[in-house]
Design a protein around this ligand. Structure first.
Ligand code: IPM
Ligand code: SF4
Length: 472
């Protein structure tokens, strides 16, 4: 492959990590960083054990438990009540010792959701390849890393070889331009993107997000967008590194230090897509298409501006889509034409690897300040990591939220998915800052409306889905 051909950011990272290209185009890619959690690693470690193999590069591997940890009460693994959860966490703690893998203990302040702590600790760096047995590994693409979610057998393969077999992806550009309107955030951008291209819109592609709206976002916002690339069907998301990225990484625990950092920046500056590089698919949005968004169905693409109404399946010409809409409305207990803002909610969840960063908690606290959670509503705020929690407490955000009647919890995936005690009960309706609204995702027969942190806080104080712009 000629080095002079204009290349995308994706092409550059890919080319620099190919160990071998097989005749059918499949490549063996070198993996720089392997993030490990308790859910998808037990069989992988077991496979190594059976084959008598080691983890080849423990120094490039780091483990943390996040999905199964309670956010309240004892966080000591042997105290976890649910058996599967307890076994997964205890198994991870046993495996990391046996295989010499660095591990962030649950009671360490750096513990948190794997996709929050990667960027936060400087483990996720521009131009690198990052994998994790978790679909939202796309998050790390916000720093200009090629980051894939992988399956458990691939987790074992990476542990054993530090490489991964991958077919090349197609390049997709999603360009967003304009100044974001009042009350809008990165979450609204990505929900609008998925609403436009659909949950299969990115199939087979790696999405690179470009445009002045993306450039203006801080790292938290960029992470939110890249995180949900997977909900658009894409293999990964990418945002070219720039000064915002470099400033964010400087001084972080695992980022290069001193002169090595400046050298790294010089390399990182060569990564952005060359002028005239080819994208297989291009999608453009302007901020005129973005309002505070809310999902009404059970896929992230079933989304409308909060000022909108529940769509009518009768208007959908495609029979299969119409049937799916009917099913979604039945599950969500909504009727066509109903105004979203009239929909009462029972629970609010602010957290997850999509929106569990300090900036998200600040946005929620700004709405909560001086207000009260509506009667009958349970509102959880779950920081994405111990460091986020600590920072929020330094800033007094916990007190603002507690005074308003929100619960302030310990870091974990929490109510993003029902793998720990934080679950919806059947029929409960939740305004959630997480990324998936699938049937039963937050608990059996729970109903999820995906929103931004500010929108979630607004729903908490009014007791219904609410246009945050009305709260000023
Ligand atoms: C449990 C894990 C494998 C899963 C994933 O891959 O994404 C989870 O994190 C999720 O968000 O559904
Ligand atoms: S916070 Fe949610 S989406 Fe993120 S890793 Fe945990 S379960 Fe998956």
């Amino acid at each position: 492959m000629s080095a002079s051909r204009p290349r995308t950011l994706f092409d550059k990272i890919w080319d620099s990590h190919v160990v071998e290209r097989l005749p059918d185009g499949t490549c063996i890619l070198y993996i720089d960083r392997h993030l490990v959690h308790e859910v998808t690693s037990p069989q992988a470690f077991e496979g190594l054990r059976m084959a008598g193999r080691k983890v080849r590069r423990p120094d490039c591997t780091i483990a943390v438990a996040d999905h199964n940890i309670p956010t309240i009460g004892s966080r000591v693994p042997s105290d976890i009540k649910e058996e599967d959860s307890r076994i997964q966490v205890q198994t991870l703690e046993k495996n990391v010792v046996e295989f010499g893998v660095p591990y962030i203990p649950i009671l360490d302040v750096r513990q948190g959701i794997v996709h929050i702590i990667g960027p936060e600790l400087g483990l996720s760096l521009p131009g690198t390849t990052i994998v994790c047995g978790d679909s939202h590994t796309s998050t790390h693409g916000a720093l200009g890393a090629l980051a894939f979610g992988i399956g458990t057998s691939e987790v074992e393969h990476v542990m054993a070889t530090q490489t991964l077999l991958q077919k090349p992806a197609k390049n997709m550009q999603v360009d967003v331009s304009g100044t974001l309107g009042a009350g809008c955030s990165a979450k609204d951008i990505v929900l609008a993107i998925i609403g436009k291209i659909g949950t299969a819109g990115g199939n087979g592609h790696v999405i690179e997000y470009t445009g002045d709206t993306i450039r203006a976002l801080d790292m938290a916002g960029r992470c939110t967008i890249s995180n949900m690339s997977i909900e658009a069907g894409a293999r990964a998301g990418l945002i070219a590194p720039d000064q915002t990225t470099f400033d964010f990484l400087r001084g972080r625990q695992f980022a290069p230090k001193a002169g090595a950092f400046e050298q790294a920046v010089a390399y990182w500056k060569t990564l952005p897509t060359d002028p005239d590089a080819h994208y297989d698919t291009v999608v453009r949005l302007t901020t005129d298409e973005i309002a505070p968004m809310v999902t009404w169905g059970t896929t992230p693409g079933a989304v409308v501006p909060v000022t909108g109404v529940v769509p009518n399946p009768a208007d959908e010409p495609d029979e299969a889509k119409r049937a799916q809409m009917n099913r979604m409305l039945e599950y969500m207990a909504l009727t066509p034409g109903q105004a979203l803002q009239d929909v009462p909610i029972d629970v609010v969840f602010i957290g997850s690897c999509t929106n569990g960063r300090i900036e998200d908690i600040r946005a929620a606290a700004a709405i909560a300040r001086g207000r009260k959670v509506a009667a009958g509503v349970q509102a959880l705020v779950v920081p994405g990591s111990g460091l986020v929690k600590h920072q929020a407490e330094e800033e007094g955000l916990d007190r603002i939220l507690l005074e308003a009647g929100f619960e302030w919890r310990e870091p974990c995936c929490s109510m993003c998915l029902g793998m720990n005690p934080d679950k919806l009960t059947p029929g409960q309706r939740c305004a959630s800052t997480s990324n998936r609204n699938f049937e039963g995702r937050q608990g059996p027969n729970g109903r999820t409306h995906l929103v931004s942190p500010a929108m979630a806080a607004a729903a908490a104080v009014t007791g219904r889905l609410t246009d945050v712009r009305q709260l000023g």
